[in-house]
Structures are given as structure tokens and as C-alpha cells.
Design a protein around this ligand. Sequence first.
Ligand code: 5GP
Length: 189
Amino acid sequence: MNQERFLLVVSGPSGVGKDTVVRRLRALHGEVKFSVSATTRAPREGEQDGVDYYFLTKEEFERSIAENALVEHACYCENYYGTLRSELELRMERGEPVVLVIEVEGAGNIKRLYPGCTTVFILPPSIEALRERLTGRGTESADVIERRLKRADEEMALAPSYDFNVVNHTPDQCAEEIYAILRRRMDEA
Ligand code: 5GP
């Protein structure tokens, strides 16, 4: 489907600064809409239901799976995360650019479902920078950090399978590079 070119999938290891990059992308290019995912993880301080995520109980999430309301879902560090059909399909049909910020398993599933989408993997300037960011964030307990570090290594190994890799030197540079990729794709006839 030609509409798939309006879909951009962004992944990157925990701690790479995805949230900040996404915030900059939103601020710089308001026309780009982000799909709000469903999750069973508890909200972090400042996160709002319906804005950052739809925060669901495990039962609610499993009901969404059963009702086919999710395009994909994955288990990440013992919580469910999933992309809602309602967030995606209408926007694509309308020809509105939509960005999914999801982990690698979900990204692979989306690419299989919508082969015409574009996938971008955000890389840290170095592995050391990633580790420092993840340990210094202060939002997660030690065992959660450990699990996320292990997962980060596994995720980084998949970077070459993405259409594009973008290094996050600064949030603005990274956001603009991602925007340029989306723009080029959308301008294709
Ligand atoms: P966090 O708990 O840090 O917000 O997110 C953990 C991971 O889950 C991140 O890599 C994030 O991109 C990913 N994630 C967020 N929403 C979804 C989703 O709808 N589907 C999948 N597969 N992963 C998601």
C-alpha cells in the first residue's frame, strides 16, 4: 500500500535518548503525529494517560489483544507494550505522517505487516555514553537498569537490519535527521 510511506518506525536501545529526540521532533515539526501505545508498565512521574501511553492493567491489555485492537505487541522487561490499530490506520489512510517509537521485536512485526514503512534505529555516540545515561537517569531500580542494559546490547545488534541508522549526537540534530528521512519518503510519488 502506497500509504505505508507515511509510516515511520523508530527504535533505539533504552537510554539512547529516544524520548528527548521525539520531544524535539514534536516541537520542531508539529505536523508529525505519534502513535500513543498501550502498556502495562506503571506511569513514570509526569507521564499522562492517553498522552505518553494508554496505561492498562494486564487484563485490559489481554482483552485488547483478544479483540484485535492491537497491530502488534511485545513483552519488554516483563511488561506488555502494543500499538493500537486506532492510532495507526486512520492516519495512514488520511495520508498523515505517523511515527511509532517501539522496541525491535515490534518494529520487525510492523515491517512485515507494512513493508513500505521506513525504519530508523537511533544509535548512541558510544556504548559508554549509553551506559552512563541509563545508570544516571535515576528513574529505574538497579535490577531494572541491569535488565535494560542487557536488552540494550541485544537491540544494538539489530541496528543493521533497519533502513537507516541515526546517531544521537544532540537531540536537535537527531530529530532533524529523522524528519529529513520521513520528508524524503513522503515526497516520493
Ligand atoms: P519505556 O518503558 O522506556 O517507555 O519503553 C520501553 C520500550 O518499549 C521502548 O523501547 C519503547 O520504544 C517500547 N515501546 C513503546 N511502545 C511500544 C509499542 O507499542 N510496541 C512495542 N513493541 N514496543 C513499544
